[in-house]
Design a protein around this ligand. Structure first.
Ligand code: AMP
Length: 214
């Protein structure tokens, strides 16, 4: 199944994608994670990504599209994948629709203040990119990933100033993307601002797979 998860930063796309990755064994393709990996490796491409990401700007479409196409061509994507953080512009959406069969599009939404609180408390595993929250989803051992024992860190762009800038960009970009996709697919809107994240997860799984079992 080829799934696209749309929604603002911090709405829970990464968390749900991590669940599906383990339960349904399809890869979670997060463009943000791909860029951060490249930055960590210190490559020339990584330096380019960092110059945009650390300022809270979007990476240019041509670079993003080339990365996603190369990733989707890999063998582990044959049975499907979950796209998280892509598309983020109308041009990316058009290229995706033109070149790849999409089965489901889920649009997660929540109020800005909910999202800001979630992102500023977010901690991410340096090694496997699993996501935690200091208050709502703490790891069993402070600062250590439950899955792989990697170190949990706060992303540079999860600081409040950067988060508000990212939300503003999302707000401008999402409407044309949804308008475009709505002409081709049934986009499933799910409110993801509930404190009880299990309810949100259950709704998403029901929409995708027809059952709520994790
Ligand atoms: P994320 O982890 O999805 O919040 O992405 C972190 C940052 O990576 C974003 O704030 C953008 O700067 C960049 N980024 C991720 N995905 C895209 C995309 N599809 N198009 C442009 N920039 C992106």
């Amino acid at each position: 199944m080829r799934i696209v998860l749309l929604g603002p930063p911090g709405v829970g796309k990464g968390t749900i994608a991590t669940t599906i990755r383990y339960t349904h064994e399809i890869p979670h393709i997060s463009t943000g994670d791909m860029f951060r990996d490249e930055i960590k490796k210190g490559t020339e491409l990584g330096k380019k990504f960092a110059s945009y990401i650390h300022e809270g700007h979007l990476v240019p479409d041509d670079l993003v599209i080339a990365c996603v196409k190369a990733r989707i061509e890999q063998a582990d994507c044959n049975e499907g994948f979950i796209l998280d953080g892509f598309p983020r512009t109308l041009e990316q959406a058009q290229v995706l629709h033109g070149e790849i069969k999409i089965d489901e599009i889920i649009h997660l939404f929540a109020y800005d203040e909910t999202v800001v609180e979630r992102i500023t408390g977010r901690r991410v595993c340096e090694d496997c990119a699993a996501i935690y929250h200091q208050t709502y989803r703490p790891s069993k051992e402070d600062g250590v990933c439950d899955y792989c024992s990697g170190r949990l860190v706060q992303r540079e762009d999860d600081k409040e100033g950067s988060v508000r800038k990212r939300l503003e960009i999302h707000c401008q970009q999402i409407r044309p993307i949804i308008d475009f996709f709505s002409r081709e697919y049934q986009v499933i809107d799910i409110y993801a601002g509930l404190n009880d994240r299990r309810k949100v997860k259950a709704r998403i799984l029901k929409a995708l797979f027809g059952h709520q079992n994790l």
